[in-house]
Write a protein that binds this ligand. Structure first.
Ligand code: NAD
Length: 423
């Protein structure tokens, strides 16, 4: 997947949930009605049909969306997903969440999201390429380095970004690398981009431990999902002293109270496709990874996995949401009652979009940074964002999720106030 963004709790209409969150934040921060009304609506919704020649000669017509929620603080930014369940409401909600996320880490972007209703797993590479190129052509007037910069999301990757960049460049008549992020390194991608989400997550976990008076040395971690975000988080956490005691993927989970050897587990997963069958661990039921006793739990798989059914059994002190939307609103209430410190997705997984921002800056300048420069700058952004949110949480007696939302909404509102409503 390797994305900037992804799934959210399926049972709840995501757009209603996003509007509800905005309304609650508006109430807490005393937002003017005019700005609230404006932020409740996306700036622009584009719906396109994407006729695509399939390998057998038939023409399929796919539906594609691009939603630009806000450009108050800069051009729009957000991923593109290819999935049969993509809906306009979901894309609208995800675009709104991108607005708050870019504002929480204080990078000069608004929020956007795109999606095509299709089943990429059943399509050939040629079909995906033709669909991607036509989708890009349909959007050529609304995306661009100074307007809206797509990135990978569910079932899109750096190859898809390369096709988008090429199609856009062909339409313009010159090469425009800054039109997308998450590109291959050879086309102007950024060093450190592929690890950025996990690395950013570990940076905020370190800050959370610091304010809680805990040390990473010997602290324990459980990780749900062992893909891009989960493997990098586990590996870097181990590097700073954590014992990673439980890890799951879609098939099952492994557990070792003395700490799993993360590098060996990654190799095992690469060779066999799964974490199960790893010699130096005991197998446990897949979803038990969420309820093992540990200091830090990292959901890094799907949305909607921490629910009112299992929240009371969670025995972690800190939850760091590498995944998008892993905790339902009902579950959050239970976690709050149990004193569990939750680092919300719009903070904990914002490392990906932050390094996307660095990639865009590098592409615009045609001047490329070392990996050390990328990682140092990422740390600065994540540490600052953590403390901005923590300060709000402490000052207003809020959990970190509500505090992060307030920080994000306040920053967008401030930009809107300064710019005024045109004309
Ligand atoms: P990925 O596809 O690389 O990995 C997902 C992992 O989750 C896989 O190992 C899969 O086996 C596992 N999984 C699926 N169902 C599971 C289940 N029921 N229980 C346990 N594991 C299960 O995806 P990713 O890029 O690592 O993204 C993971 C999450 O992080 C998503 O919610 C995504 O939105 C979020 N995220 C990722 C990035 C990024 O840059 N990669 C950025 C922001 C947010």
């Amino acid at each position: 997947m390797a994305c900037e963004e992804a799934a959210n709790p399926a049972a709840i209409n995501p757009r209603e949930m996003a509007l509800q969150q905005l309304a609650e934040s508006a109430e807490r921060i005393g937002l003017e009605e005019a700005i609230h009304k404006k932020l409740a609506q996306p700036k622009r919704i584009v719906v396109v049909s994407i006729p695509t020649q399939m390998d057998d000669g038939r023409v399929e017509v796919f539906t594609g969306y691009r939603v630009q929620h806000s450009m108050e603080r800069g051009p729009c930014k957000g991923g593109i997903r290819y999935h049969p369940d993509v809906t306009l409401d979901e894309v609208i909600a995800l675009a709104m969440w991108m607005t708050w996320k870019t504002a929480v880490v204080n990078i000069p972007y608004g929020g956007a999201k795109g999606g095509v209703v299709c089943d990429p797993k059943s399509m050939s590479e040629g079909e995906l390429e033709r669909m991607t190129r036509r989708y890009t052509s349909e959007l050529v007037e609304v995306i661009g380095p100074e307007k809206d910069i797509p990135a990978p999301d569910v079932y899109t990757n750096e190859k898809v970004m390369a096709w988008i960049m090429d199609t856009y460049s062909m339409n313009k008549g010159y090469v425009v690398p800054a039109v997308v992020t998450g590109k291959p390194l050879a086309l102007g991608g950024s060093r450190g981009r592929s690890e950025a989400t996990g690395r950013g997550c570990v940076f905020v976990i370190e800050e959370a431990l610091r304010v809680k008076g805990m040390s990473p040395q010997g602290a324990t971690m459980a990780v749900q999902g062992f893909g891009n975000a989960g493997t990098v988080t586990a590996r870097l956490a181990e590097e700073i002293g954590f014992k990673v005691i439980a890890v799951s993927d879609s098939r099952g989970a492994v557990y070792n109270p003395d700490g799993l050897d993360v590098a060996a587990l990654i190799e095992h997963k690469q060779q066999t496709g799964y974490v199960t069958g790893f010699a130096e661990a005991e197998e446990i039921p897949r979803d038990d990874v969420l309820t093992v006793e540990c200091d830090v739990l990292v959901p890094a798989a799907l949305g909607g996995v921490i629910t009112k059914e299992n929240a009371a059994q969670i025995r972690a002190k800190i939850i760091a949401e590498a995944a998008n939307g892993p905790t339902t609103p009902d579950a959050q209430k239970i976690l709050d009652e149990n004193g569990i410190f939750v680092l919300p997705d719009i903070l904990a997984n914002a490392g990906g979009v932050t390094v996307s921002y660095f990639e865009w800056v590098q592409s615009l300048q045609s001047y490329f940074w070392s990996e050390e420069d990328v990682n140092r700058s990422l740390r600065n952004v994540m540490v600052q964002a953590f403390h901005d949110v923590y300060q709000r949480a402490e000052a207003a007696g809020l959990n970190m999720r509500d505090a992060a939302l307030d920080v994000g909404v306040s920053r967008v509102a401030q930009a809107q106030r300064l710019r005024g409503i045109y004309p």
